[in-house]
Design a protein around this ligand. Structure first.
Ligand code: CP
Ligand code: NVA
Length: 308
């Protein structure tokens, strides 16, 4: 396993063994942190964080994570760098690699974070692009494994938009042997290339990937019901149209009643209460959304400690 120096632009950048290595490291760092033991694994190392979009969780967990590991993070707001406008993306990469040990970038186009990775000789981490959100998936797999004690054979229902979070979850689940049943309006199905890749990976782990439009069918017997906003960052102009099409895809009491008795409800947050999820469910006993939010910290500390 040679994670050091590698980019993490897609969930597909990690082998199944590497995914488990990150999760095991995260579990260990979390346990130690709770006991007051924070190993200084990145003393003096610096991470640049470029944001083209807003963030709460990603910004805070990367910044706190670097600090807890003995390093430092530099926050670059959307108006600071202006990737590709004030300066070309390759030139931003060529500058940053002279000063810092790694780059985390939240971009609109997936191509932008790929271009940073191609031109920087330091590791580049995708902190969400229009295509993927792989750091979210690491935290989510950690959260699911903590809850159920294992990942393989679990059934996840993805209900809502076939978006970036869905894409990374499909790839991650396929690697660790979880089954995913996706239910979205037909127009908003996940990217066929991602689904094809997940299906290509799945047989080796015993995972099954199903894509359809029936939310109830997807939720039936599920161990995890996962949803996300219907309107992702950058899609604000589509809001009116999307809200109408998605009305049958709300995660509410009626939908969660279809799932297994032990089922949990997940959401990457931020949530739009009353749209993709009701407050009753988000604040209810099955919701593990704040465990997910916490685990972003532990999962990313593990990732940083292994690749930087
Ligand atoms: N889930 C997540 O990435 O949240 P932020 O957009 O607040 O970073
Ligand atoms: N799909 C959402 C996730 C936010 C963390 C978005 O891209 O806005």
């Amino acid at each position: 396993m040679m994670l050091r120096g590698h980019d993490f632009v897609s969930m597909d950048d990690l082998s199944p063994e590497e995914v488990l290595r990150v999760l095991d490291t995260a579990t260990d760092l979390k346990r130690r942190a709770k006991a007051g033991d924070r190993p200084v694994l990145l003393a003096g190392r610096v991470l640049a964080m470029i944001f083209e979009k807003p963030s709460l969780r990603t910004r805070v967990t990367f910044e706190v994570g670097m600090w807890e590991l003995g390093g430092h993070a530099v926050y670059l707001a959307p108006q600071d760098v202006q990737l590709g406008a004030r300066e070309s993306v390759p030139d931003v990469a060529r500058n940053l690699e002279r000063w810092v040990g790694g780059i985390m970038a939240r971009t609109f186009a997936h191509r932008t974070v790929q271009t940073l990775a191609e031109h920087a000789r330091i590791p580049v981490i995708n902190g969400l692009s229009d295509l993927e959100h792989p750091c979210q998936t690491l935290g989510d797999l950690l959260t699911i494994r903590e809850r159920f004690g294992h990942l393989d054979g679990l059934r996840v229902a993805w209900v809502g938009d076939g978006n970036n979070v869905c894409h990374s979850l499909l790839l991650g689940a396929a690697k660790v042997g979880m089954h995913v049943a996706v239910a979205t309006p037909a127009r908003y199905a996940p990217d066929p290339a991602i689904v094809a890749r997940a299906r290509e990976i799945a047989p080796a782990s015993g995972s099954r990937i199903e894509v359809g439009t029936d939310a109830k069918a997807a939720a039936r017997g599920a161990d995890v019901i996962y949803t996300d906003v219907w309107v992702s960052m950058g899609q604000e102009a589509e809001r009116e149209a999307k809200i109408k099409v998605f009305s049958g895809y709300q995660v509410n009491g009626a939908l969660t009643a279809q799932a297994a008795a032990r089922a949990v409800v997940m959401h990457c947050l931020p949530a739009h209460r009353g749209e993709e999820i009701t407050s009753e469910v988000l604040d209810g006993p099955q919701s593990i959304v704040f465990e997910q939010a916490e685990n972003r910290l532990h999962a990313q500390k593990a990732l940083l400690s292994l690749i930087l």
